[in-house]
Each structure stands twice: as C-alpha cells, then as structure tokens.
Ligand binder design. Structure first.
Ligand code: FES
Length: 151
C-alpha cells in the first residue's frame, strides 16, 4: 500500500512498519493525527465501481461499522460515522454515494464528502471521515477486524 496525501491536504494516510512486524497506520483528520494499529484482518467482498461493502470491526474494544468503496478504480474504507453528529452515513443500507456517484452524502443532515479522501466538501461536517486501511491483493480485499486507535 502506498502513501498519499489528499489534494485538499486534509488527510494524510500511510502505513509504517512497527517493530513487532505489525503495521501502524497514521491518519490526519483536520489538525489531529491519529495512529491506528490493526491486530486482525478480515476478507470482504470487493465493491464494484461506485458501490460500497459494509463490515463490522472493533476499535478500542468497541464495535463499529465500516464501509469500503471503489471510486475511479481505487479502494478506500472509512468508519461509518459522520463527524457532525456521529450517525451512520448511508441513506439506505450500504448506499453512500450521491445519485450521480461523485460524492458521499450523510443521510442525516446532508454533509458531503470526497470519496477518494473522505474530506468534508460541504455541509456541517467539522472534518473529514476517518479512513481505515485496506489491503487488496489479486482481487481479494481485506480490512481490519480489530484495531486500536490513538489520537
Ligand atoms: S450527522 Fe451527518 S451531516 Fe449531520
């Protein structure tokens, strides 16, 4: 998995090798830097272009929902929790994209997010979505099943 920075500069995401062989992932959201360390991974169905696959995972011992999307051929995953009021984003189960497929929309108050970075583009969101690491090898997609996150 490569490292990259969103065009808006709002999110930085890259894996680091930890000394125990695990990967430590760091995500920048607004001005906050979070570290996340996956402990276990799970295989999920790779979403088709413009679609999403939801999954559950444990973050710091709490069950959360995540979703993986494919946009412009690339896979991205986020915690399914809007940074405005904390509700799930999907307006129908597993439906996150706008009708034209260009942005992600929160069903509660209409915040709009960039699919390829999770950045908040419009609406009441104070920052972008929390990204999760994805690992795709030979058309098999894995996402964390259990991770710890620190700010
Ligand atoms: S909870 Fe998502 S915009 Fe308010």
């Amino acid at each position: 998995m490569g490292c990259w920075r969103s065009p808006q500069g709002g999110r930085l995401f890259y894996p680091l090798d930890n000394n125990d062989g695990m990967h430590l992932h760091r995500v920048r959201i607004g001005l906050a830097m979070r570290s996340m360390k996956p402990h276990n991974w799970q295989a999920i169905k790779p979403p088709n272009e413009g679609e999403a696959t939801t999954f559950t995972l444990t973050i710091n011992g709490q069950q959360e929902e995540g979703f993986a999307i494919r946009t412009h051929g690339a896979l991205h995953a986020y915690i399914n929790r809007c940074p405005h009021a904390g509700t799930p984003l999907d307006w129908l189960p597993g439906r996150f994209f706008s009708a034209d497929g260009t942005v992600l929309i929160c069903q509660t108050h209409g915040a709009i997010f960039a699919p390829d970075s999770g950045a908040c583009l419009a609406g009441p969101c104070p920052h972008g979505l929390v990204a999760l690491p994805v690992d795709e090898k030979e058309q098999h997609l894995s996402v964390p099943a259990d991770l710890t996150m620190q700010t």
